[in-house]
Design a protein around this ligand. Sequence first.
Ligand SMILES: Nc1ncnc2c1ncn2[C@@H]1O[C@H](COP(=O)(O)OP(=O)(O)OP(=O)(O)O)[C@@H](O)[C@H]1O
Length: 384
Amino acid sequence: MNDEAFLDIAGVSAGYGRTPVLKGLDLSIRKGEFVALLGSSGCGKTTLLRAIAGFVQPSGGAISVAGRNVTNLPPDKRGMALVFQSYALWPHMTVAQNIGYGLKLQRKPRGEIAGRVDEMEALLGLSGLGARKPGELSGGQRQRVALGRALAIDPQILLLDEPLSNLDARIRLQVRHEIRSLQQRLGITAVHVTHDREEAMVMADRIVIMNAGRIAQQGTPEEVYNRPASSFVAAFMGAENRLVLTGHAEASRFGILEGSDNAGCLVPLDGRPLASGSVEARFRAEAVELLPAKSRENPSEAVLELAGRVVTVSYPGGLWRHAIKVGTAEILVDAPRAFSPGEAVKVRIPHQVLFLFNSREASPPPKPVSRSGVESRFLEVSEA
Ligand SMILES: Nc1ncnc2c1ncn2[C@@H]1O[C@H](COP(=O)(O)OP(=O)(O)OP(=O)(O)O)[C@@H](O)[C@H]1O
């Protein structure tokens, strides 16, 4: 076990029937840490959460909490609480009865339950609503009741399974903030399953990106966003534009060769383990510069420049979004002003926001949820 680990998942495999889902997964979580599990649909996030909670029995490996092996303990003996997206409140019970439900199961004295329920209602801004039924509450209030019921039993670990996905956008931002500050205030260890990249970024101390039952990368939000370890992670973290380029590695730089739609350039390797040959390049729509094709100003040698033509322009808010045809494919590029459909343009990608990988995946990774809802596009600039 990792010395610092409070919740330690060691080589856990789990699945349903003959279908393996988790494949020998290792993850160590520190006490008080907020970890977000992010990944495309079906990658095993919920299965991992349910294995931690005790609702899915691992076929291999072990789960321990504070050094105690809990792998074979029933859910109610693990000191954990699980909050679902569907709230799962008892409709016939009042808010107070719902919050006190776990304590009642633990056969706590009535007075103690009442005191704890009052405390939870105050903590979650539900004071005065104790006598209402869930049907008389808003979605945000219901989710707070579900959270109150989870926290009332004073769990060591709070497990959150997309608790915000049923809430409308504005309430989601508010409850997101409330959960995070509550978690910090109580110093509780939390594992949060989400599809939403931005939610994971703003709430978590550490993001664990899963792909097909394994961890693709884990790190602080800043690390996984700015230093994705693979093309899959880069795409998942919003660098959805993809090029295939050819280049050669030098001592500390990587020379990208000129192609039919890109100029040659020389970018610092910055410790990246890149070999000469075909590389996959990824970049975000908002991280690049869009210029008229006739612009005479030359880029520095560490900037990748593409030549293309504007196909469509839209305004999702803030910046103008352009679909740009480069060769036979399209990329998405944001700019502070609108260019015209049909206009010839240059796209400049500074090396700091250009992610390069040797590995070529046979198929593109599943499309992550993007805030704009715009489809990810794929671009082949020059094949090796
Ligand atoms: N009860 C079940 N019986 C059989 N297969 C299941 C069951 N629950 C999940 N699966 C399958 O296991 C795989 C992982 O599911 P899981 O719910 O862990 O994914 P997820 O990453 O949480 O996905 P989502 O984001 O869509 O909720 C999926 O292929 C799913 O179809």
